[in-house]
Design a protein around this ligand. Structure first.
Ligand code: TYD
Ligand code: MG
Length: 455
């Protein structure tokens, strides 16, 4: 069989038959490199339909399935993100920036599961065993019955796992793994894909759970092909800002539990500590009421979380004013600025706009629209919002405010943290039973008029 060259984009994993400077799929430059084909077997010559396969066992939808038995680690924040504990024979990918604390988290998780009686093997491809042991010492985990190895050769790892049959294997990281049947360097798309495929199919076949650690690129993708995300059951991202001690473990995909669930940790001198009340932590740096600050009562996964939006609006020296956002979607900000201008007559032309979520948290709920608008207006008008008020609601392009889900949970959390009033959209199904003073708004223009006396 003549070998056809294969080129793969290292950013998105798209495949091409010839090289080009720019990937048509993701638009990245200089990411396409030649890769040798994954399997040496040629394409099937006969159409599959002509071959005789085995008859599949079919079952109807009413077949009773017992939910998978789960093992909890005792690290509540981790168990929550996993959907209630570790499912046997599941494959999990944990992604995050280098240095964010993935190895720390997984060593703590390994120790916690091992102490619960799961046979656990931790394979480090990045650090020597001595280094891992030093970290274990710092984290006070040396007594946990975790088996360690420093290895990057996938064949040796699989042989060992096959013989040892642990319940859980942690591979730190997938980018350092090297399959000797694939002809390219560790960290390349082919290697990452082959290693992930071998490890996940091995996990399913032998019945062990694997946790793969993956580094994330600047753009926030797991370095290497996206296909790794499709191979695993669960994808977790470990995120946070370097300067902050908070770390958020976020489920972006979970076949065994709700996606969007978050677990919050704090990086301390001796490892990651669970944060049982994230709202209190995210609001802890809030001082006296200042212009540009609005507290959003949000929902992350199944749990309400309060965060502070901070905005700064200042005359711009540039012909094209700046729009800088941290922790929130830039195009959503553009939309809210446009609605404020078109529906409420409040222009932001000629003004630089900076928007930030305090504490390094990332918010993606549309329910934060009204809090963003409140922070922007408060900054622009140089008028602080009342300190005891939370804000939430979705803004539509017409300027109308839309009711959002779980109003009652949001209000309860706000009340728990000492807030006494809330600005919310009018409408919604039921009147929530709460002692909070509610100011209900139909549209953004009336919010502007009532809160800032402008508009
Ligand atoms: P690490 O887990 O090595 O990150 P990753 O595996 O994601 O690259 O953690 C690196 C950072 O965490 C490092 O800068 C030191 C810090 N750290 C602490 O602050 N406290 C600790 O107890 C540990 C183990 C690490
Ligand atoms: Mg690491």
């Amino acid at each position: 069989m003549a070998k056809t060259p294969s080129f793969t984009c290292s950013s998105c994993g798209a495949r091409y038959t010839k090289w080009s400077g720019r990937c048509d799929n993701c638009g990245e430059w200089n990411t396409i490199a030649e890769e040798t084909a994954l399997s040496s077997a040629g394409p099937a010559k006969k159409s599959l339909g002509n071959a005789r396969g085995k008859a599949m066992a079919l079952s109807d939808l009413s077949t009773q399935e017992t939910p998978p038995p789960r093992t909890t680690s005792g690290l509540g924040e981790l168990d929550r993100v996993l959907g209630g504990g570790l499912v046997p024979a599941s494959a999990i990918l944990v992604g995050g920036d280098p240095g964010i604390g993935k190895s720390t988290l997984l060593l703590q998780a390994a120790a916690a599961f091992a102490r619960k009686g799961l046979k656990t093997i931790y394979v480090s491809g990045e650090e020597a065993s001595a280094q891992v042991r030093m970290r274990a010492n710092r984290l006070d985990l040396t007594d946990a019955p975790v088996q360690l190895a420093a290895e990057t050769n996938l064949r040796d790892i699989l042989t060992t796992l096959e013989a040892e049959r642990p319940a859980l294997a942690i591979i730190d990281s997938i980018q350092t793994m090297w399959a000797d049947n694939v002809d390219s360097a560790p960290g390349s798309v082919s290697q990452v894909r082959a290693a992930a495929h071998e490890l996940t199919s091995f996990a399913k076949r032998v019945g062990i759970s694997v946790i793969l650690v993956g580094h994330v690129t600047k753009e926030g993708q797991i370095a290497g092909p996206r296909v790794v995300e499709h191979m695993v059951d669960t994808v977790l991202y470990f995120e946070g800002e370097r300067g902050h001690q908070f770390r958020v473990l976020r489920a972006v995909k979970n076949r065994f539990g709700p996606a969007d669930e978050i677990g919050v940790f704090e990086m301390t001198g001796n490892g990651l500590a669970e944060v049982l009340n994230p709202s209190a932590l995210f609001l802890s740096e809030r001082g006296d009421p200042t212009p540009g600050s609005a507290v959003f009562a949000g929902i992350e996964g199944t749990r309400p979380v309060l965060v502070e939006f901070q905005a700064l609006v200042a005359p711009s020296p540039h012909s094209q004013p700046r729009r800088t956002v941290v922790g929130w979607d830039g195009s959503r900000l553009a939309m809210i600025l446009a609605v404020l201008e078109a529906r409420c007559g409040i222009p932001f032309a000629g003004l630089d706009v900076y928007l930030n979520v305090a504490g390094g948290m990332k918010v993606s709920e549309p329910a934060a629209d009204l809090a963003v608008a409140a922070a922007l207006l408060s900054a622009r008008e140089d008028a602080a919002l009342p300190a005891d008020t939370v804000v939430f609601g979705e803004i539509s392009l017409s300027g109308a405010l839309r009711a959002v889900s779980q109003t009652e949970n949001r209000l309860k959390e706000a009340q728990k943290l000492g807030f006494t009033s809330a600005i919310t959209p009018a409408g919604g199904k039921s009147a929530p039973s709460s002692d909070m003073k509610l100011t209900k708004m139909r549209d953004l223009a009336s919010f502007v008029g009532e809160t800032f006396g402008a508009g």
